[in-house]
Design a protein around this ligand. Structure first.
Ligand code: SF4
Length: 326
């Protein structure tokens, strides 16, 4: 793989080369977003030891080109620079999925040569939209992260639309392009995790609102794709369209699933000594191809596909399965 060529492609708004494995590295977070998959239990404050993360990376290395570190908030992992360094030693690209709150100039300095891209989660172009979901003061802190990062690290914006911030839609692309984002990913509020809580009902998008968003994207944003690339996540795009992307999600215990939305399918555990990693990843891809919508309850998905679903071996029973949407 020619890293230089791919990096130039990224600067132009391309994506990191797949296959890409997203690895959950901790449950700790400095925010308490209303749409987070994480709960608030003690277990979810856990940090995956660096040795375990490296073991997962070693197992995946022959089969993937990029690693994404996620949580929780990955910048709170005490060994993040070392983990990014290790990914580089393995010849892989690295992506961080972050809320940006803890990112300052010194962190950027420690990561800039080790990280290929950071995906920052946003919920507005002003503090009233963003902080409504992420908490008071979050917007201002994340703006500082944009300023610190964009001169040194490719940064993209993952914006989660909800029923309250949909009126912000016309401002999003210009605002984040001017902040230096290389790409805009539009995400839709999902009724999962905390986002499914009864008091969050008024954030969920109606089908009419989803249609409005999709029409706006087609009319206003797609024509400027060459200047400012945009993608929609499956939560807006009517099901999973990432089949060829070959992405994998590895949770705290080593259980592998097609993506973060399907964490908990329990196809197999990469840390089990008897697991053939290549076969496991092929199984995960089969599931992805068989199901266009992995948001549906896991039991339904398991029932639909005809494969035997292995129970993941529990390596860290104290940790619940974790996922973050940033
Ligand atoms: S969505 Fe991400 S930033 Fe927000 S609370 Fe969850 S882990 Fe933290």
């Amino acid at each position: 793989m020619n890293k230089t060529i791919t990096k130039i492609r990224w600067e132009n708004g391309g994506c990191l080369p797949t296959p890409l494995a997203s690895i959950w590295i901790l449950g700790k977070c400095n925010l308490g977003c209303k749409h987070c998959y994480e709960g608030r239990s003690k277990a979810q404050k856990q940090v995956l030891p660096k040795e375990r993360v490296k073991l997962i990376m070693n197992k995946l290395a022959p089969f993937v080109n990029s690693f994404s570190f996620m949580g929780g908030e990955p910048t709170l992992h005490p060994d993040l620079p070392e983990l990014c360094d290790y990914a580089q030693q393995l010849g892989k690209y690295t992506l961080l999925v972050s809320n940006g709150v803890a990112v300052d100039k010194s962190m950027v300095k420690s990561l800039r040569d080790k990280v290929d891209c950071v995906k920052l989660g946003m919920d507005g172009t002003t503090d009233n939209y963003h902080d409504m979901v992420r908490g008071k003061g979050a917007f201002a802190k994340t703006l500082r992260a944009w300023e610190a990062m964009t001169p040194h690290i490719s940064t993209m914006c993952k914006f989660t639309l909800n029923a309250q911030n949909i009126e912000n839609l016309p401002q999003i692309a210009d605002f984040y392009q001017q902040l230096g984002a290389k790409r805009l990913i539009l995400n839709g509020w999902l009724k999962v995790g905390r986002g499914a809580n009864i008091w969050n009902k008024h954030f969920a998008l109606s089908s009419r609102q989803r249609q409005t968003i999709n029409e706006y994207v087609t009319r206003e944003l797609k024509p400027r794709y060459n200047v400012f690339p945009i993608s929609r996540s499956c939560s807006l795009d009517n099901g999973c369209k990432v089949m060829p992307a070959r992405t994998f999600y590895v949770d705290s215990r080593g259980a592998v699933s097609p993506c973060i939305f399907s964490a908990g399918l329990g196809v197999g555990n990469i840390l089990s000594p008897d697991t053939n990693v290549e076969t496991l990843l092929m199984q995960v891809n089969k599931i992805r191809q068989a199901h266009n919508n992995l948001h549906e309850p896991h039991k339904q998905v398991q029932k639909k596909h005809e494969m035997v679903v292995m129970k993941p071996t529990t390596f860290m029973p104290e940790l619940a399965m974790q996922a973050c949407r940033h």
